[in-house]
Design a protein around this ligand. Structure first.
Ligand code: NDP
Length: 331
């Protein structure tokens, strides 16, 4: 018997996009071997792009947005999951080509699911969400490529955003000295409370810079791209590692090869969407082990409903949302 569930749905007619909260029938769910009753989702930067239609994130219509969710398995034909299992999903094109998490129900491939790690509830998993999981992928890359906490300062750009906030928190807890770069001076206290040793103004990194600048950073977590990324590469110390995961400031990379060929700097690309299962499982295991719930509550102070998730999308693209926003899909 088919059941109804609430979802954000994006429709498109003659190039014009319409977004609303609708009642949807189970019959419309896409193919998949696991059906999940979602309890929490979240608004990531990519969800904001999808909801506003600012970038062509959505590849087919109608689409339920939401690149991540946490919930409980309702039905499964996948060997690894049974009804009642708590799960998390990030990426794999969910919310882009396959109906996503901003809904009460989803049907997905079991291969895409990660068991909710012990120690995290659904709301905490989505307080982290794809942003937090990506921040952990950046931290793991710095470690793997040889930047231990005593190597020197780490710059985090877009620091008051979702990826940035979690990166500051994780790096500081691991013992790194973190310089948080933000366009919002008013968030300096928030960033220091998360563990930033220093807070720097975004404006100082936003204009075209020299191919090489004074060596400062042992490592970088960049969520911004464009001149920010180029300037951070130019000021990375000999042998340093720059992790690039975002484009909040632009998709371009107006840089020179000088930092790479003269200082042996490594530019490490970070992708959360197609990241292989062992690495994403490890990232979630580490998040559960290393995140301080009180700090996480500072980052994700707000829980909103589906309709509010639509309203917040333009604010997010304008860089006005601090930290993370959790969506209670039953609200
Ligand atoms: P948020 O919107 O939460 O944070 C982005 C932050 O970037 C803002 O809070 C702001 O921080 C800064 N910012 C915003 N606009 C500009 C601008 N025009 N110029 C410079 N800085 C700006 O987004 P998320 O943290 O969720 O995502 C950050 C980026 O990472 C996005 O581009 C997203 O698409 C990408 N991403 C990539 C993933 C991957 O798999 N590679 C996964 C997850 C995210 P402040 O005010 O502190 O300067």
């Amino acid at each position: 018997m088919s059941q109804a569930f609430r979802a954000i749905r994006i429709d498109s007619a003659e190039g014009v996009q319409r977004v609303g909260v609708v009642e949807q029938s189970d019959d419309g769910l896409p193919e998949g071997d696991v059906t999940v009753r979602i309890s929490r989702s979240t608004v990531n930067y990519k969800d904001a792009l999808a909801i506003t239609g600012r970038s062509p994130v959505v590849r087919r219509f109608p689409m339920v947005p939401g690149i991540d969710f946490a919930g409980v398995v309702e039905a499964s034909r996948h060997a690894a999951f049974k009804p009642g299992d708590a799960v998390v999903l990030n990426g794999w094109g969910v919310g882009e080509t396959h109906w996503g998490g901003l809904a009460q129900r989803a049907r997905v491939k079991g291969d895409w699911l990660v068991p909710l790690p012990a120690g995290l509830c659904a709301a905490q998993a989505m307080a982290l969400g794809t942003a937090g999981y990506t921040a952990m992928l950046c931290v793991m890359a710095l470690e793997r490529l040889g930047v231990p906490p005593d190597a020197g300062e780490i710059a985090v750009s877009g620091a008051a955003g979702g990826v940035g906030s979690v990166a500051v928190m994780l790096l500081a807890r691991a013992g790194y000295r973190v310089a948080a770069i933000t366009g919002r001076a008013a968030e300096a206290e928030y960033l220091r409370a998360l563990g930033a040793a220093e807070v720097l103004e975004r404006a100082a990194f936003a204009a075209p810079g020299k191919p090489l600048a004074k060596e400062r950073w042992a490592g970088v977590v960049d969520t911004v791209g464009s001149h920010m990324l180029a300037n951070l590469c130019a000021a990375t110390r000999y042998g340093g590692i720059v992790t690039a995961c975002g484009l909040a400031g632009g998709m371009d990379f107006p840089a020179s090869v000088a930092p790479f060929i003269l200082r042996g700097v490594t530019l490490a690309g970070i992708d959360s969407v197609m990241c292989p299962l062992p690495r994403r499982t490890e990232a979630w295991r580490r998040l559960a082990a290393e995140v301080d719930p009180a700090r996480l509550a500072q980052i994700a102070g707000r829980e909103i409903g589906l309709a509010e998730a639509i309203a917040i999308a333009p604010q997010m693209l304008a860089g006005q949302v601090r930290g993370r926003v959790v969506v209670d899909v039953d609200r």
